[in-house]
Ligand binder design. Structure first.
Ligand SMILES: [Zn+2]
Length: 156
C-alpha cells in the first residue's frame, strides 16, 4: 500500500519544494517545517516535480539574460565613445574606451563560463538557454578571438 507523503500534503508544500529546489539541506528544511527528515528526503527524490526544477532553471536563465542585456548596453556605449574618440583623434579617451570594452568582453566570457558550469541537460536544451547562448556569441562579434574561445567552451 503506498504511503501518503507528509510533504505532498503539507500546507507549505510549495515553500518546501522551493527550498529543496534551491539546494537547501533536506534535514534543515525538515526541521524548519516540522516534518520528518526521511519523508523530506523521499519526497525530494520521488515527488519533487521535475517541472519545478525546470522553472527554477528557466528563471536563472532569465536573470542571466538581464545581466547580459546590461553588459551589451555597456558595450555599445563604449563602442560609440571609441568611434568618436578615434574620429577626433583623442587617444586618451580612445584608450579608456578600449579598456571598458575589454572589461565587457571579460564579463561576457565569465557569463558564458558560468552558463557552462552551472547547467544541466535540461537547461542546455531549453530555448531560454539557446537564445542566451546565441546572444552571448553575437555580443562578442566585434571580438573574434574571444568569440571563438567562448563558442568553443560552450560547445564542449
Ligand atoms: Zn511527496
Amino acid at each position: 500500500m503506498p504511503r501518503t507523503c507528509t510533504i505532498c500534503n503539507h500546507p507549505d508544500r510549495e515553500r518546501i519544494d522551493q527550498a529543496l529546489v534551491e539546494g537547501g539541506a533536506y534535514r534543515v528544511i525538515a526541521k524548519q517545517y516540522g516534518v520528518s527528515a526521511p519523508a523530506t528526503f523521499r519526497h525530494k527524490l520521488n515527488h519533487l516535480p521535475k517541472a519545478m526544477v525546470r522553472a527554477h532553471e528557466a528563471k536563472q536563465a532569465a536573470s542571466a539574460d538581464n545581466l547580459l542585456a546590461n553588459v551589451c548596453s555597456l558595450q555599445k556605449r563604449a563602442n560609440r565613445i571609441l568611434r568618436k574618440a578615434e574620429k577626433s583623434e583623442d587617444h586618451r579617451i580612445a584608450l579608456s574606451a578600449i579598456r571598458e570594452l575589454r572589461n565587457t568582453v571579460e564579463l561576457l566570457a565569465r557569463l558564458a563560463g558560468e552558463l557552462q558550469e552551472g547547467t544541466t541537460v535540461n537547461v542546455l536544451v531549453s530555448p531560454e538557454y539557446q537564445a542566451l547562448r546565441s546572444k552571448v556569441i553575437d555580443a562578442l562579434a566585434p571580438f573574434p578571438e574571444a568569440r571563438v574561445a567562448v563558442a568553443e567552451a560552450l560547445r564542449e
